[in-house]
Ligand binder design. Structure first.
Ligand code: ZN
Length: 194
């Protein structure tokens, strides 16, 4: 069994870079497992135990860096050249969190504006100057914290359904929407247990 628990830690820190970097590490581990086993005798199941509040939003053009500012696709004003702007005239990133330590008001640890890892504040003040102007912020830095709408010291889990993928004996059972307890029963069946 491989648990990529640091994906969770990156999200709790409000830091999409670390969460995504750890997701790549999980993909590498799954690749090794696929290479070293045969689908004829080994069931491999990949899933998550919950989601987080990270969202992918806007209409960034194909190939736009995922942690970067949204640079618009066809149909957007200044498509493909300039960052898209919100209605206050400020650019925004494709990735954002619904809550967490990326809230841009002043905390007891960092001043008002975009936040940097590590940041686990104990208290916050409200945003007084609107959203930060991200055109002067290195948003693709591993330390950048995506903006969060609600001020929390640590970002929370989310409530969406999560994906599940499988290869090997019994893999055909993993499809559609299932309760999480189903995973155990499908694995037990693949093992030939009663
Ligand atoms: Zn967690």
């Amino acid at each position: 069994m491989v648990e990529s628990g640091r994906i969770d830690h990156g999200h709790h820190a409000g830091n999409a870079y670390r969460a995504l970097d750890e997701t790549i590490a999980l993909a590498d581990a799954v690749t090794v497992a696929l290479e070293r086993t045969s689908p004829a005798d080994t069931l491999i199941v990949v899933t998550a135990d919950h989601s987080h509040t990270l969202t992918i939003s806007g209409y960034p053009k194909r190939g736009n860096p995922i942690p970067g500012l949204v640079v618009g696709a066809v149909g957007e004003e200044k498509a493909g050249t300039e960052p898209a702007r919100d209605l206050t005239g400020r650019p925004y990133t494709t990735l954002n969190y619904a809550n967490g330590p990326g809230y841009t008001g002043a905390s007891n640890l960092q001043p008002e504006g975009a936040k940097k890892f590590p940041h686990q504040p104990k208290s916050y003040e409200g945003i007084t100057r609107g959203r930060p102007d991200l055109s002067s912020v290195e948003v693709t830095s591993p330390e950048h914290l995506e903006e969060a709408a609600i001020a929390l010291g640590t970002e929370t889990h989310g409530g969406e359904d999560v994906g599940i993928w499988a290869r090997g004996p019994g893999a055909a059972a993993f499809h559609g929407t299932q309760e999480q307890s189903f995973v155990y029963h499908a694995m037990a069946q693949a093992l030939g247990w009663n």
